[in-house]
Ligand binder design. Structure first.
Ligand code: FE2
Length: 279
């Protein structure tokens, strides 16, 4: 599926942008399904707030419980001081996770097939295992920043194997929080795993492993892409997305895929039996 030049670009840069990977009809089907899941979701207090600034906080239980389920998480700024939603529910959800690809028929169809299996093979994932799926809303006005990180932090394998499939469900631009990446930041001295997200009983925490600094928007490049684009990136590639202060949302869908030949760490937050592939 990928040309030799595309495979080389992925090896050199740590990412690859495939415009027009999904048809408008495929994109419309999953966007409609995501909104229906939010409609059907009944929030109960503030247990589902998701914040990358508060990984070890109150969201631990909700996150752990979502490993094999379909759960909606709120934006941190969705609530006022009185604990009530400050925007309508449909505009207050940060993301849906983490087993849409298994549990929801519409997302299951979108997340599997020969084209995705061929891409994984082209990237060297001999036994692809899909651990999680997420719809990330990046809501207008309150969509929070996702600070610099590497996805291998959340999916430790030996050797490193996690690869991210990032599907643009809506146009991602500079003003609504598109991805930023550090080209080549997955290899050499820059390509060191800086943090590890570990589960310790019912608590989750970030462990600092290395002090190599994160890039910044002066050295990184933005990836503005239209809806239907698939962005593939290496688990060690540093990436970031800014807060969305625009009036437009920036829906994306992600799959995190490891290679079954690599040992999956028992300390990873997400554990499940019977992890499946892409075909
Ligand atoms: Fe990420």
């Amino acid at each position: 599926m990928l040309t030799p030049a595309q495979r080389q670009a992925f090896a050199d840069d740590g990412y690859l942008v495939l415009p027009g990977f999904n048809s408008p009809e495929e994109i419309a089907a999953v966007c409609e399904r995501a909104r229906a899941l939010v409609d059907a979701f009944e929030p109960d207090a503030r247990t589902g707030v998701f914040s990358t600034h508060d990984q070890a906080g109150r969201a631990d239980a909700a996150l752990i419980a979502s490993a094999d389920a379909v759960h909606c998480f709120f934006e941190e700024e969705a609530f006022g001081a009185d604990g009530r939603l400050v925007v309508p529910k449909a505009q207050s959800i940060n993301k849906i996770g983490h087993a849409l690809h298994d549990r929801d028929p519409v997302f299951r169809r979108f997340s599997h097939g020969p084209r995705l299996a061929a891409l994984a093979a082209d990237l060297g994932l001999e036994r692809p295992q899909v651990w999680q799926s997420q719809v990330i809303f990046k809501q207008p006005g309150i969509g929070g920043e996702v600070r610099w990180h590497q996805d291998a932090t959340f999916f430790v394998t030996d050797p490193v194997s996690v690869t991210t499939f990032w599907f643009a469900l809506e146009d991602a631009a500079l003003d609504n929080g598109c991805l930023w990446v550090e080209p080549g930041g997955h290899r050499g001295a820059r390509g060191v795993l800086r943090e590890r997200f570990v589960r310790d009983g019912q608590r989750l925490r970030i462990e600092r492993l290395d002090s190599t600094p994160w890039p910044d928007t002066g050295t990184a490049v933005p990836l503005p892409v239209p809806a239907g684009t698939l962005v593939l990136f290496h688990g060690l590639l540093p990436h970031y997305s800014a807060a969305n202060r625009s009036p437009r949302s920036r829906l994306a869908y992600t799959l995190h895929v490891t290679d079954g030949r690599a040992a999956y760490a028992a300390s990873n937050w997400l554990q499940r039996s019977g992890v499946g592939g892409l075909d």
